[in-house]
Design a protein around this ligand. Sequence first.
Ligand SMILES: [Zn+2]
Length: 349
Amino acid sequence: MPLVSMRQLLDEAAKGGYGVGAFNVNDMEQIQAIMGAAKETNSPVIIQASRGARQFAQDRYLFHLILAAAELNPEIPIAMHQDHGNSFETCKSAIELGYTSVMMDGSLKEDGKTPATFEENVEVTRKVVEFAHARGVTVEGEIGVLGGVEDGHGAGGTGLEHITDPDQAVEFAELTGVDALAIAIGTSHGAYKFTKKPDGSVLKMDVLLAIHKRLPNTHLVMHGSSSVPKDLQDVVNKYGGKLKETWGVPVEEIQLGIRNGVRKVNVDTDNRLAMTGAIRKVLWETPEKFDPRDYMKPAREAMQKVVAQRMSQFGQAGHAGDYKPVTIAEIAKGYADGSLATKPLVSAK
Ligand SMILES: [Zn+2]
């Protein structure tokens, strides 16, 4: 199956009332782990690459690895997504390469660190939407700023400094025509999200519910949504790692989000932890080993296990064959003739 539009994946997820995990990749083993899990659970999937990943792997390697995943798994709809594009140019280069979806994170300036103004965010996001939709490519925007830094991207600090304002979210969705909207509700990128199990004082699910009430048909995106489970941290630390105690976003809170408009859930840290734990275990227990396959195979298996678990928890499992993906060219026509709405439905407060 060719790569499909993320908009279609999310529209179908909304119909089915489930969320779709968006998993970050940097290399072949991670792509194979995700596809193994998608096959095992019969799930549609979003594979995403950050700017850091594109640099690490080089664009052509990563693109062709994901194409190989599509070729080998014709029954699985796969959207290929640019995570946290920092500028029009970054998004344009992804679209020209063949990505079927991009995130324009205009919540930060091009340096990927400094919070941008609302007007700056609207302007650059709107520009990406025009370019992308003409080519049938999906756009995710962000309003509000997440905490933490990952891959050199982020404003730092806790997630509480720039929580999304629901009124601004409505205005942003109307002005930009984005297909999906990332919101800041207290989560952060990276492993260190919360210093204890998060409650409503730090994880603002009430803000998410308020935004969904105003924008009932807009696909919401949760970033920084690894759960950072203790058992994965424990494996890393048991075999010589030095992770500090930390908490992520509990799966039940993500599921509450999914019942309230969240259609895309970004997960990276959990997979990193699973792979690192598995590699450490092999090297610790059998220090005489030196064939990379001896530790990359268990690493890939550990990641596949986490991804498959998330796919079941998010509800996307079993939905790969629900619909026939349409081509990106047809999606472009839909944007052009208005059959794919770009104006959000807005409800009264
Ligand atoms: Zn993110």
